[in-house]
Structures are given as structure tokens and as C-alpha cells.
Design a binder for this molecule. Sequence first.
Ligand SMILES: Nc1ncnc2c1ncn2[C@@H]1O[C@H](COP(=O)(O)OP(=O)(O)OP(=O)(O)O)[C@@H](O)[C@H]1O
Length: 322
Amino acid sequence: MHMNITADKTGAAHSATATAIDVRDLRKTFRGPHGATVTAVDGIDLTIGAGEVVAFLGPNGAGKTTTIDMILGLTTPASGTIRVFDRTPEQAAREGRVAAVMQSGGLLPDFTVEETVRIIAATFGATDEIQDVMGRADIAGIAGRKVSKCSGGEQQRLKFALALLPDPDLIVLDEPTAGMDVESRRAFWSTMRADAGQGRTVLFATHYLEEADDFADRIVMVAGGRVVADGTTAEIRAQASGRVVSAVLTAEEIERVRTAVPEITDIDIRGGRAFFASGDSDTVARYLFTATDAHDVEIAAQNLEDAFVALTHPSEDKEILR
Ligand SMILES: Nc1ncnc2c1ncn2[C@@H]1O[C@H](COP(=O)(O)OP(=O)(O)OP(=O)(O)O)[C@@H](O)[C@H]1O
């Protein structure tokens, strides 16, 4: 799998393609309550290269799970196309090139961890891999534990072990750490980091910015069924790299600052303060101090969290000056 030429389950050699996932103008609607139409995915375009580790980042209801289900071939799009390693999602899954770790469910509570791995290994003809994947997913120490007695984090690591069994080229994880405490989340990702991202393509959905930032090479932000930002983690950071100068001042003065300082890119008013976003915080601060009665002036770096909120909740909790 970590080579350019791999053998599929029939033993035939094939060249690894450079593109793992190619999604064009993907759309999906559901029938909601009272017959209303819910647009879950509203024209997503996405190309993921082989070997990329991509975070699909967005708030609840953004359309992440619906998109992932279509990439896995579990549901069909209303329109648009999906290619996975230049195949249909169903073909790619059948060939064992794709494995998934889903949010919940899928495990039988009465089996032990090792029994679960053995059963799935048998279906893939991968019984030689059992000890190896249990080690890689860090579940060897709980091999004899019943699934029903495993914590949420342990169950997710077990699912990760199962996903490794077919030695897939692509692993898709849908919010694999949902509901875990911070420590379990860290443990899960450190296991993932040690194993994935070594030539394998990884697509994971999350609404934790920190996870996307820590683990992904690239962040695709989705909101309302659309891609709202797409770039390397560094690029997304750069988008948010300006500074914000905030101060308490009157509405008339805010208007005056806006006109007088063209370097200002955005103004929000929250909690009685005005927040001036700009690539030149010195000029903004100088103007506030010298030409207005602004007080309690603060200068802060805009962080990724701010960028995320701004991109995914454009009107939430803030009043934009017009
Ligand atoms: N089977 C369904 N029937 C009706 N509406 C659905 C169905 N599945 C999803 N939706 C709706 O589609 C939208 C997108 O949901 P989706 O689960 O894809 O979002 P998400 O980004 O994965 O959110 P979460 O982080 O909560 O899992 C939501 O408004 C959701 O209520």
C-alpha cells in the first residue's frame, strides 16, 4: 500500500492513481418533517490526492456525514459525480481499497475485542494480520475484554483496528472521537498519527478545530452543505492571521474609523466593544488613540477559532456594520 504499485485482492497489480477522491457538484436532499425538502449537500466539489490527510471540518448539520456516506457508497447522490481511486464508490469498497470508522454502532457487544477482530479478519482472509492490527490500534492490552465493557475510546480504537484489516488505501473516519473526553481523544489521535498518514489517504470529519489543526495536512471547512474554505492547515491559518483591534467607542466614532482607516477589512460589534479586523493593526490602534475617545483598547491575534466561526456562522452572534 505504501508503494506506487500495489496488488488488489485478486492479486493483480495496479498503479496507484494520484487522485484518491474526486467529487463534482455533489448534491443530496432529504424529505424532512411535513414533506419539506432538506438540502444536506448543496454542490460540493472536492479533490483529494492519494496520501493526503484531510479534515472535513464543520458544525452539526453541515453535511459531513451525508457526504461521507456517499463517498463510501452507502447512499446515492441526488446529482453530481464521485470517483474513488477512479472507480465508483461501490467498486472501490468492493476491492477493499476503502475502510471506514463510523460515529457509532457496528460492534457486537457480547464478543470480546479479540473475537471481534478475528471474525472480521476471517471475512477479509487477513487472519495473519490480527496481532499486528491489534498492536497498531493499541488494543492488545484489552484483547479479552467484552465490547460492552469497553469505553467509547476503546471501541473506536477497535473499529480502527477493523478498518486496518483490509489494508485500505483510504480510511474515512466520521467523527471518530465524538463523545470522548479530551484524554481519550488525544490517545485515539496519537494512535492514528503513528499509523496512518504514511502514504495512506485519510479523510476524517470533525467539529473539533483542534483535531483538524493537529492532525490534518489540509482542512476543508463545510457549512450548509457547501465548502466554505479549503486549504492547507497553514493556508487556513494565514487567512486568519490578521490582528483584531478592539475598543469601546461610540457608534459615530466607529463610522468615522471605518471611513478614515481603509486597512480595516471587517468590523463587528459584540458585548459593547467594536472589533476591527485588519492586516495593519498598528495603523488602526494609532488612529483610535489619536483621533477618537476610544478606551479599553486591546490588540489580539485572530485565531483559527475566529476564522472558523466567521466562515461557518457568518451572521451568528455578531452585528455587521453596513
Ligand atoms: N436521513 C435523513 N433524513 C432527513 N434529513 C437528514 C437525514 N440525514 C441528514 N439529514 C439532514 O441533513 C443535514 C446534514 O446532516 P449531516 O448529518 O450530513 O451533517 P453533519 O455535518 O454530519 O452533522 P453532525 O456533525 O451533526 O453529524 C442536516 O440538516 C440533517 O438534519
